[in-house]
Write a new protein. Structure first.
Length: 291
């Protein structure tokens, strides 16, 4: 693994959000032989800071897509959906606590929906992201029950639905998922945002240290509904962000996709000191057959 270094020619600007600053990287990496440019969505409040989507192109080709989370966004996050209001603009999509209870529960989920940059929408077939904050993590217990952010990258088509019987049937064909990935039993969740409807999750337990008693830092999953892979999801441990360390996961690719003709081959989670922010990105896209 190697740390990510900022471009030497990065130009920084800042945007004020509720009295805090979130740096914005504009254009970077230009030379006669190489031209790299990033496009950004609007900055949305998260905790005491903000979050925004981005997509980076090099020589006109998509290289990475993801979110930038300001460092101060990790402060002021709600902890108990029965007592704490969500961040303005967000919603408690899953809340199992009764009003007045002193502690939240595993699977409690606050969600913010973010618009992708228009150029990314055209290239990738993903229009909106759902960024979730889970103060007590989610099932399965002992695996992902730690504070985390989950970032959903759903395709515009196909999407999820409202029928829980379709979380697992028909079975999602193996050619839509990378080698080793399976739709996890009991992984279906009710969901209802402008980006995504209810769905289940496919992961690769054999490639995931946390399934073997190891530490959970991050992971990459596929979303599934009615026999189709309908997008991606990146899991990000808050402990990793607090440490300002990095995480790199090389990704296997499916043979076909119903939602996009591209698939990422790397998940990168890193801290950007010059921007006082964290970057979560899906990178190094390759072509796949689109059905």
């Amino acid at each position: 693994m190697s740390r990510k270094l900022p471009f030497l020619s990065t130009i920084l600007a800042t945007t004020v959000i509720s009295g805090s600053l979130i740096p914005v990287t504009t254009n970077a990496g230009y030379s006669n032989k190489n031209y790299s440019k990033s496009f950004y969505g609007d900055t949305v409040k998260l905790g005491d800071g903000g979050v925004k989507t981005f997509g980076t192109f090099s020589n006109g080709e998509l290289k990475k897509v993801g979110v930038i989370i300001s460092e101060d966004a990790l402060n002021g996050l709600p902890q108990n959906c029965g007592v704490d209001a969500p961040t303005p603009g967000a919603q408690w999509l899953i809340c199992q606590s009764k009003e007045g209870e002193n502690k939240g529960k595993m699977n409690d989920t606050m969600v913010i929906t973010l618009d992708m940059p228009k150029k990314v929408v055209k290239e990738l077939g993903i229009k909106k992201l759902d960024l979730s904050w889970l103060p007590y993590g989610h099932a399965p217990e002992g695996v992902w029950d730690k504070p985390q952010f989950d970032i959903h990258f759903p395709f515009m088509k196909p999407t999820g639905g409202k029928d829980s019987s379709k979380y697992y049937a028909p079975k999602t064909s193996s050619d839509q998922l990378p080698e080793g990935y399976i739709v996890l039993p009991g992984s279906g969740f009710p969901w209802d945002t402008d980006a995504l409807q209810s769905h289940s999750h496919a992961a690769s337990p054999g490639d995931s240290p946390e399934f073997k008693g190891g530490e959970f830092l991050g992971n990459f999953l596929y979303l599934s509904y009615e026999g189709k892979a309908i997008g991606y999801e990146a899991y990000v441990s808050k402990k990793l962000l607090d440490s300002k360390d990095y995480y790199i996961q090389n990704l296997k690719s499916p043979k076909v996709s119903y939602g996009s003709d591209k698939a990422p081959t790397k998940l990168v989670i890193s801290y950007l000191p010059s921007e006082e922010a964290y970057e979560v990105s899906l990178e190094n896209y390759i072509k796949v057959e689109k059905k």
